[in-house]
Design a protein around this ligand. Structure first.
Ligand SMILES: *Cc1c(COP(=O)(O)O)cnc(C)c1O
Length: 223
């Protein structure tokens, strides 16, 4: 089941790359396994998947313990509490949800120096909904400047979670807006757009996504 869904999603990604004139293999699939058991991660791994995303630190550490034999690249994509930054800095390869300088500074300080710099994306709230986390567009360039100076983290790009939307053209809009904002930030050599989830990955790829974060379409609906 998971392996056939994985195949189908990878094929959708490939078709979207062709259709929207994207470089072949420029979009990475991040399998979002939050709330799902380690056995599901193992099934996807055996079908070839290597990048997994988790939103809750405690839950992720338990699964990492169970899956220690697997060469998984772990991505943290959930809200970050400051008392969790040490565990996140130690046990993840990527963090997509950095939305303040103080969290970035803590991750930088707590990243073990024997590990490669922690890859991070800044989470941007494009539609400015007060309920969602993320910095606003007008805070982005300043935070890039501050974060780019930190030696133990590597600023890779941006992540956004738009408000759910059924219409394809409307799904594209927030991604388009963010891509435009980023054009002014050449200096930072950002190479990652963490755009798109199960419901809007095609729209995200059309707008330049390099990493789609897919949960329910791969592992089934969460409780
Ligand atoms: C849960 C989650 C996803 C996956 O959502 P689906 O709609 O199940 O694909 C992607 N990104 C973030 C940040 C999430 O929290």
């Amino acid at each position: 089941m998971i392996s056939s869904r994985l195949k189908a999603i990878l094929s959708q990604i490939k078709q979207a790359e062709i259709r929207y004139h994207r470089t072949p293999d420029s979009v990475l699939l991040l399998a979002v396994s939050k709330t799902k058991p380690s056995a599901d991660i193992a099934a996807a791994y055996q079908a070839g998947q290597r990048h997994f995303g988790e939103s809750y630190c405690q839950e992720a550490l338990l699964k990492q313990g169970e899956l220690g034999a697997y060469a998984i690249t772990w991505h943290f994509i959930g809200p970050i509490q400051s008392n969790k930054t040490k565990a996140i800095a130690t046990h993840f390869d990527w963090v997509h949800s950095v939305d303040s300088l103080s969290i970035a500074q803590r991750l930088n300080k707590q990243r073990p120096t024997h590990l490669a710099p922690l890859n991070i994306c800044l989470q941007v709230n494009v539609s400015n909904e007060s309920s969602k986390s993320g910095i606003s567009l007008n805070e982005l360039s300043q935070l890039c400047e501050q974060v780019a100076k930190l030696p133990n983290i590597k600023l890779r790009g941006v992540m956004t979670i738009p408000a759910p939307e059924d219409d394809f053209e409307r799904q594209r809009q927030p991604y388009k807006t963010l891509v435009q904002a980023i054009r002014k930030l050449d200096d930072f050599k950002l190479d990652t757009l963490s755009f798109g989830m199960s419901g809007d990955l095609i729209a995200a790829i059309a707008e330049g996504s390099t990493m789609v974060r897919v949960g329910s379409a791969l592992f089934g609906i969460r409780d």
